[in-house]
Design a binder for this molecule. Structure first.
Ligand SMILES: [Zn+2]
Length: 252
């Protein structure tokens, strides 16, 4: 893949990451992403355009508001850099081909959901259900999954997690997962097809059980299960075939 396309993809990714930061902070509260314009959460001074340049402004201001010097936080540069890496990395790996579009769309949505869930314990429908529609739409492009596999993936993925949620509630006597996780799984199924969806539910449940059940057992801490589903889904996207073989061996 030529270097210019990769660099341009990375720059577009930076800008998209900057937009994701707004989405992550506003959609969980039901706020608009266009108005009011970006302002400092501490002193409410509207940001000037040159304070709103992805990554560069954060570095120039050393992560502080230009007016009141309040700490802006790490989320901004980290999400911007991660999104840029997703865009540049997948274009480098797949070229400007359908698989790159799928990868970029899927991983960008997963990143937004993972950060939103980890911070606010909410998965906005516009990311989960909106993402499911996008996943089915992208299935019309050549390559896997086909449209049928994508729709089946959405139904089976959502259904499988709904079952896990019921079993989890029975086992732990408290709600381990919410409707947001189930809707997120329909999105994952739409991008991965039903096999990848089942693999994701398995990986997410495994990671969730190993890491979070001990924590949730001891305290009433909420579990951002969407974070684990996002990690499982990213693994399933890139390593689906070898992991499925291992998974089937595990079931036998
Ligand atoms: Zn300020």
């Amino acid at each position: 893949m030529d270097g210019l396309a990769i660099i341009l993809s990375g720059l577009v990714g930076l800008a998209v990451g900057s937009f994701l930061n707004v989405v992550i902070l506003r959609w969980p509260r039901g706020e608009s992403i266009v108005s009011p314009p970006s302002r400092c959460p501490a002193c409410e001074t509207p940001l000037r355009w040159y304070h709103n340049i992805p990554l560069a402004s954060w570095i120039a201001l050393r992560g502080r508001c230009a007016s009141c010097r309040a700490w802006i936080g790490w989320q901004y540069p980290l999400v911007e850099v991660a999104t840029a890496a997703i865009w540049a990395g997948n274009v480098a790996a797949y070229g400007l081909e359908p698989q790159a579009y799928r990868a970029v769309a899927f991983l960008t949505i997963l990143l937004a959901i993972a950060v939103t869930d980890a911070r606010f314990y909410v998965i906005p429908d516009r990311l989960s259900l909106g993402g499911a529609v996008l996943g089915v739409a992208l299935a019309f492009l050549p390559g896997a999954p086909t449209v049928t596999e994508s729709v089946l993936g959405a139904v089976i993925g959502g259904g499988a997690l709904w079952l896990v949620a019921i079993l989890g509630t029975l086992a732990f006597k408290k709600e381990a997962m919410g409707g947001g996780d189930i809707k997120m799984m329909t999105m994952i199924g739409a991008f991965l097809g039903w096999k990848g969806a089942l693999l994701t539910v398995f990986l997410g449940a495994l990671a969730g059980t190993l890491v979070f059940v001990p924590l949730a057992w001891k305290s009433d801490r909420l579990v951002p299960f969407g974070l684990f589903l996002a990690l499982g889904a990213a693994l399933a996207f890139y390593l689906g075939a070898p992991l499925l073989e291992w998974y089937l061996g595990f079931l036998r």
